[in-house]
Design a protein around this ligand. Structure first.
Ligand SMILES: [Zn+2]
Length: 180
């Protein structure tokens, strides 16, 4: 499959010490774990030490996640850094006429195709790691949540919905065990 998100980093790789900065905006099509509002925007700066390729940068995304309590959709802004290092082998072509530096291929979760960074994979990986773990709507855990109530009401029609909420209620109450 042809990728159109490949960022050739040979300029940095073949010239250790040279900083290559690139602004990036990507929509990451086909994403299903969360809904993205607009594009993920940010920048990457690449520099090679000769043995290591260092990537730094920062990205910003707006996405829709579900409230952990009531399931209401929440709009969250996620800002996250990029700070990655990739081993490099070979001699940079700036120093050798018969060799060139190559990013050492990674097997588990490859982010490079040759010396080209798969930008979407990097951006996506960072976003998933930095999504809020337990996002809550403005009612939090303690306030009565009209959203949760509204959803509880509609679930009353179905039997399983009620027990689900009973269990949640007793879990939340610290002295709930005395009643059982
Ligand atoms: Zn909520």
């Amino acid at each position: 499959m042809k990728r159109d998100d490949l960022l050739d980093l040979n300029d940095a790789l073949q010239h250790p010490g040279r900083r290559v900065a690139v602004d990036i905006a990507t929509a990451m099509p086909g994403e299903s774990e969360f809904e993205l509002l607009g594009e993920v925007e940010g920048f990457i700066e690449a520099v090679s030490t000769g043995n290591m390729l260092l990537l730094t940068g920062e990205f910003q995304a707006r996405c829709i996640v579900d409230c952990a309590r009531c399931g209401a959709p929440l709009e969250k802004e996620v800002v996250y850094p990029v700070d990655e290092q990739f081993p490099v082998e070979g001699t940079p072509s700036a120093f050798a006429s018969d060799d060139f530096a190559k990013v050492v291929p990674e097997e588990d979760y490859p982010l490079f195709e040759g010396n080209a960074l798969m930008v979407e994979a990097l951006v996506h990986q960072g976003l998933v790691v930095n999504l809020p773990v337990q996002p809550l709507c403005r009612h939090g855990w303690d306030e009565p949540c009209p959203e949760a109530e509204a959803r509880g009401m509609t679930r009353k029609v179905f039997d399983e919905g009620r027990h689900e909420f009973d269990r949640l209620a007793s879990l939340k109450s610290p002295d709930g065990e005395s009643e059982e």
